[in-house]
Write a protein that binds this ligand. Structure first.
Ligand code: TMP
Length: 228
């Protein structure tokens, strides 16, 4: 899956030519995993060329950072420490995956991105002192390669928590055992990103059938890539 997004392969952003870079995000319980699976399967069936990656992770080193972040010690770390871990993982991922593939004209779809950093570390963990730094760090790490589109699955906090609590098949991580206010703050973080980047962030209603949500996501991706 390492080729080109065919018909209109490049996005001209900031004077350089590159492929679309799409982040799909949403709070835990929003149905993000289901939607990414549906999207990848459809693009695969249609023979589209893309890279599916994730954050934190996507490279062997960044996956190791993910493991540390997901450990009890990582979950216990301060907002600032987690924040720096996320940017370290992201920096390596940008160097090794995102920039090379975008430059070669390959569509990138990422399961989460810096949208989760503002939602979780800055908002959910209540670290407003990191917010200015967040915008500076974005410039520093992304440079000209900022995501072209964020698709955020939005559901009410109560519904997200209800889904997580009711899902007995899910192995509960430390991130799943959070009070309702946590989910509310995550949602607020995503909304802030939308307010700051209104032309790049699309918030979609995740409280519908998976098929309806999938069709909307697919339409957005198709539009970004110029697929017929
Ligand atoms: P996932 O299981 O959906 O891949 O997400 C793993 C957890 O990592 C999820 O609870 C959100 C969290 N996370 C952050 O806290 N900050 C970040 O920057 C990213 C990318 C994820």
């Amino acid at each position: 899956m390492v080729e080109r997004c065919q018909k209109y392969p490049f996005v001209n952003q900031g004077g350089i030519m590159k492929a679309p870079f799409i982040v799909i995000d949403g709070m835990d319980g929003s149905g993000k995993g289901t939607q990414i699976g549906l999207l990848a399967a459809r693009m695969g069936d249609e023979g589209r060329n893309f890279i599916l990656t994730r954050e934190p992770g996507g490279t062997p080193l960044s996956e190791k950072i993910r493991d540390i972040f997901s450990s009890p010690e990582g979950a216990d770390a301060s907002a600032r420490t987690q924040y720096l871990m996320m940017w370290a993982a992201r920096s390596h991922w940008m160097e090794k995956v995102v920039i090379p593939y975008l430059s070669a004209g390959t569509l990138i779809v990422s399961d989460r991105g810096d949208s989760s950093t503002i939602a979780y570390q800055v908002y959910a963990k209540m670290a407003p002192e990191l917010e200015d730094n967040f915008w500076r760090m974005r410039k520093f790490i992304f440079g000209e390669y900022t995501p072209t589109r964020y698709i955020i699955l939005d559901i009410p906090a109560e519904e997200a928590k209800r889904r997580i609590d009711a899902d007995t098949s899910r192995v509960k991580s430390p991130f799943d055992m959070k009070p309702l206010e946590w989910y509310e703050r995550v949602r607020e973080g995503f909304q802030t990103l939308h307010e700051e980047l209104p032309h790049h962030v699309t918030i979609i209603n995740g409280a519908r059938t998976p098929e309806m949500i999938h069709e909307e996501i697919y339409r957005i991706v198709k539009g970004q890539c110029g697929w017929m």
